[in-house]
Design a protein around this ligand. Structure first.
Ligand SMILES: C[S@@+](CC[C@H](N)C(=O)[O-])C[C@H]1O[C@@H](n2cnc3c(N)ncnc32)[C@H](O)[C@@H]1O
Length: 244
């Protein structure tokens, strides 16, 4: 991840959950992820932010390893998990601050249920499902990240990621011009992402429209009038595949 991205997400972490379109996008995305969940699954949420998606999926899986490279985001998630009485179902969430580039990253070598480090020499943890929401458009090298995800999965494990679609020049309006730091692309292109996931080694790759998000936008790029009622509908894709 690039330096502006890291700085931006640290700064935004404390107010992240008060952005209504972020919360709504997660609520819509959960509907796509739930059919893939099962109480026997160990999942990893790549770029979990403050854990909005992780905490909604946690009651439906065995464990969630919630990974984000921005310490500010992980601090907010850790604070939510430490609040006694809330998130009762979330003792199975393990927050990890890491820029995930290596499937054998030592920071993942923790039992997500007991929070105890794995014994020296234990095999690297492998996951049944890797999810990631609203992250791909911030990743400089998509081919590298899907190779990392491939390495994180058990044979037969699945990847499922959601992000907005690059449907043309208007997709740029997803972000106000003042928030372009760390935006690597204006959404994902169907055929590009399919090829990248297949080239990482996945089989049965599907790229489908998952939902549409209505979002306030600037009337013109850089106009800074996002509160003035202009809205646009952004299609979101769910991209999935299975490790043979
Ligand atoms: C737009 S935010 C989305 C956060 C969360 N998924 C949500 O929907 O609320 C993107 C997040 O991805 C994280 N990120 C980007 N690349 C990453 C990587 N390679 N490893 C871990 N986190 C990453 C950023 O720090 C940031 O918190």
């Amino acid at each position: 991840m690039t330096e502006p991205n890291q700085t931006r997400f640290n700064q935004e972490a404390t107010n992240w959950d008060s952005n209504p379109s972020v919360v709504l996008a997660t609520e819509l995305a959960v509907k796509s992820y739930l059919p893939l969940c099962d109480p026997s699954l160990d999942i990893l949420d790549l770029g979990c932010g403050t854990g909005l998606l992780s905490l909604l999926l946690a009651p439906h899986v065995r464990s969630v390893t919630a990974v984000d490279s921005a310490p500010g985001m992980i601090d907010v998630l850790a604070a939510k998990l430490s609040l006694s009485g809330s998130h009762q179902n979330a003792q199975n969430v393990l927050p990890v601050c890491a820029l995930l580039e290596d499937p054998d990253d030592g920071r993942l070598q923790i039992n997500p249920l007991t929070k105890a480090p794995l014994a020296n020499g234990a095999p690297a943890r492998e996951f049944d499902l890797v999810v990631s929401h609203l992250v791909l458009h911030h990743i400089p090298d998509l081919a590298a990240v899907f190779k990392t995800i491939f390495g994180l999965l058990k044979p037969g494990g699945k990847v499922a990621v959601t992000d907005f679609e690059d449907f043309g020049p208007e997709a740029r309006k997803f972000h106000p011009e003042s928030k372009m730091d760390g935006v690597e692309r204006h959404g994902i292109k169907r055929e590009d992402i399919r090829k990248i996931i297949e080239e990482a080694g996945f089989e049965g790759v599907t790229v489908e429209t998952a939902f549409e998000l209505s979002k306030q936008v600037e009337s013109e790029p850089g106009k800074r009038d996002i509160e003035n009622g202009w809205t646009m509908v952004f299609p979101f894709l769910i991209c999935s595949g299975t490790k043979p």
